[in-house]
Each structure stands twice: as structure tokens, then as C-alpha cells.
Design a protein around this ligand. Structure first.
Ligand SMILES: *[C@@H]1O[C@H](CO)[C@@H](O)[C@H](O)[C@H]1NC(C)=O
Length: 215
């Protein structure tokens, strides 16, 4: 019995390591061949002898993102598609710009935790734990503050000031993905039937249709 239990613990440990983030590389690097025809988990590797410094390089995070949109925010990603050298490394980052009082609406990253540093301004940030608690954990951050959003949990940021805010987010996936709650639920193509959403959100079909029309 003890042996069965210890095997189980060992197995659980092995699996928790294996699934903690993107798979570990089995060579020095595997620069993404973004035009490759091979479909696999991640991208196939460019021939190592053809790899050059620019494969490990990205320029542009000094540039402000265009926040002229309904939410007043812009993400400038540096994921594997922008920086092919990230392939198989399990890391990436992004610059996030916020207009005064702009928000990055509630969303999840299906493949990554996120650690965020505020470079300019102040941000109100928060995430919600899973059922049944659905505890909302939030905090106001100032320049230089760091906050972590655990993998897969719904989280958001809001610029609390009347100046622009800037943050850098680092994520433990080369391709963290994003699932914005509002557009996933109300902007799905084709639509999720409005009566399903009406019952879920306990509002009328008309209210749901109004929201769906915005996405
Ligand atoms: C910013 O985005 C808005 C809306 O898409 C667009 O009208 C505007 O030209 C953009 N501004 C710049 C500087 O690109």
C-alpha cells in the first residue's frame, strides 16, 4: 500500500514538472522555422548553421502602443512569432500601454503564468480564483511594482491615473495565448445561442443580443 502510494506521489511529481510550462528544449536552441510545413507542438527548427543573431532579436518595445480603442490599451507581444529564437524556450514577454483610465479587460492565458512590472504610472490589477471560492485578489501598483497572475486564472488591469501607464509582462510560454472573456463569450463565431447566455447570465435575450452586437 505504501509503495502504491509513493509511486502515485512520484508520478504526480513527474507530471507536475512535465506540465509546469512549455516543454524543455533538448538542444541549445530551435529557432522557429515560421514558414515550415511541418505541423507539430511549437515550430520546427531552422537548420542550426543558418541561424543568425537576428533570430534571437526583437526591436521596438521602446515604441508606445496605439491605445485609441474602446478599452484604451494595447499589447505589443514578443512571442515566438515575433522572435523565432523563443521556440521551445518556454518564455516570452509583452509591452502593455494604457491610456488614462484604460483597461486590459478580464482574460486568461491558456498556457502561461504572467509576471508584470509597472514601468510608468499606476495600475489596479486583480485576478479571480477558481470555483467554488471565486475569490477576487486585487491591488494597486505603482512604478517599479511587480505582480504575478497565476496560470489560467481570469485577470485584468486598469490604469488608475490620468497619465499613460506602461507595463512589461513576462510569461512562461513561447506562445501564451489569450482568451478575452467578453469576446470569447459574446463574440464567438458562430454565436453561442443567446438563450444559453441569457440563462447563464440571468438576463434577457435582448440584453445578450445587445452585447453580442458590440463584438
Ligand atoms: C491609432 O488607432 C486608431 C484606431 O484604429 C487609428 O484611427 C489611428 O490612426 C491610429 N494612430 C496611429 C498613430 O497609428
Amino acid at each position: 500500500m505504501a509503495r502504491v502510494f509513493s509511486s502515485f506521489v512520484l508520478l504526480a511529481f513527474v507530471f507536475s514538472v512535465a506540465f509546469a510550462s512549455d516543454n524543455s528544449p533538448l538542444q541549445d536552441f530551435c529557432v522557429a522555422d515560421l514558414n515550415g510545413q511541418v505541423l507539430m507542438n511549437g515550430f520546427a527548427c531552422k537548420k542550426p548553421s543558418c541561424v543568425e543573431a537576428n533570430d534571437f532579436y526583437f526591436s521596438g518595445l521602446h515604441m508606445m502602443g496605439n491605445t485609441s480603442n474602446a478599452q484604451g490599451f494595447k499589447v505589443t507581444p514578443v512571442f515566438v512569432t515575433q522572435l523565432p529564437g523563443l521556440n521551445t524556450l518556454g518564455i516570452s514577454l509583452a509591452r502593455v500601454d494604457y491610456a488614462p483610465f484604460g483597461i486590459n479587460p478580464p482574460h486568461t492565458h491558456p498556457r502561461a503564468s504572467e509576471i508584470m512590472t509597472v514601468l510608468e504610472g499606476s495600475l489596479e490589477v486583480g485576478f479571480v480564483t477558481s470555483n467554488p471560492e471565486n475569490r477576487h485578489i486585487s491591488k494597486v501598483l505603482c512604478k517599479g511594482d511587480v505582480f504575478v497572475f497565476p496560470a489560467n486564472l481570469v485577470h485584468y488591469q486598469r490604469n488608475t491615473g490620468n497619465t499613460n501607464a506602461i507595463a512589461i509582462a513576462a510569461l512562461n510560454s513561447q506562445n501564451p495565448g489569450v482568451m478575452p472573456i467578453a469576446s470569447a463569450v459574446f463574440g464567438a463565431k458562430p454565436d453561442i445561442p443567446s438563450d444559453i447566455l441569457a440563462k447563464s447570465f440571468q438576463v434577457s435575450d435582448d440584453t445578450i443580443s445587445n452585447i453580442q452586437n458590440k463584438f
